[in-house]
Write a protein that binds this ligand. Structure first.
Ligand SMILES: Cc1cc2nc3c(=O)[nH]c(=O)nc-3n(C[C@H](O)[C@H](O)[C@H](O)COP(=O)(O)O)c2cc1C
Length: 168
C-alpha cells in the first residue's frame, strides 16, 4: 500500500474480533517500532506486549473504556535515556510517539486495527505491569482484527488552515 493510502485508511478501532494476532504480524508491527527514528538515535522507548486476558482486562479498566481486544501494546520510555535540548525541553514523548505511530501504520498494512489510548491512570498501569519507577507510560493501543468498519480519515483541518508558507 502507498504510505499515503495507509495514512488515509488508519482509523481508531475500538471493537475487535476475538481472534489472536499471528506471530509474524505481531513481529512486523514490533519491528516497525524498533526501526523508528529518535532524537540522537537514543531509542528511549520500551514496549510491553500483553495478551493474557485478565491483564488485558485490568489495563482496559485503567482507561475507563469498555472495549475488548486480544492484545494491548503499552509504549513506555525512560526519560533519562532520551535526548534533552539545551533549554531543557525533553523529547522522550516524541520518540515514543513515533514508535507508536509506526505501529499503527504497519498494523493497517497487516489488516489490523489500533487505537491510541492516552487517557489512563499511569500509576495503575505501572503497578499492573511492574513497570520500573524511572520509566513513563506514553500511550497504549489495542491490537487486533477490527470488528467495526470505518471509512477513510475525516474531520481534519484543511491545509489552508494548517500551513503557512515562508512566514507565519
Ligand atoms: C495522543 C493521542 C491520544 C489519544 N487518546 C485516546 C484515548 O485515550 N481514548 C480514545 O478512545 N481515543 C484516543 N485517541 C484517539 C483519537 O480520539 C482519534 O485519533 C481522533 O479522534 C481521530 O480519529 P481517527 O483516529 O479515527 O482518525 C488518542 C489519539 C492520540 C493521537
Amino acid at each position: 500500500m502507498h504510505i499515503l493510502d495507509t495514512i488515509k485508511t488508519r482509523r481508531s478501532i475500538r471493537k475487535y474480533k476475538d481472534k489472536p494476532v499471528e506471530k509474524k504480524k505481531l513481529f512486523n508491527v514490533l519491528e516497525a517500532a524498533r526501526l523508528a527514528p529518535s532524537a540522537m538515535n537514543k531509542q528511549p522507548y520500551r514496549l510491553v506486549v500483553v495478551t493474557e486476558r485478565e491483564i488485558v482486562r485490568k489495563l482496559i479498566s485503567t482507561c475507563n473504556q469498555d472495549w475488548t481486544t486480544p492484545m494491548i501494546i503499552v509504549v513506555c520510555a525512560f526519560p533519562s535515556e532520551a535526548w534533552t535540548r539545551e533549554d531543557g525541553e525533553q523529547y522522550w514523548k516524541v520518540d515514543a510517539a513515533i514508535a507508536m505511530h509506526n505501529i499503527s501504520m504497519v498494523a493497517v498494512e497487516e489488516g489490523l486495527g489500533t487505537c491510541w489510548i492516552a487517557a489512563f491512570k499511569e500509576y495503575e498501569v505501572k503497578r499492573i505491569l511492574g513497570i520500573p519507577p524511572q520509566a513513563r507510560v506514553m500511550a497504549m493501543t489495542p491490537l487486533g482484527y477490527p470488528d467495526e468498519k470505518k471509512g477513510p480519515v475525516t474531520r481534519r483541518k484543511s491545509l489552508k488552515e494548517l500551513v503557512r508558507y515562508e512566514k507565519w
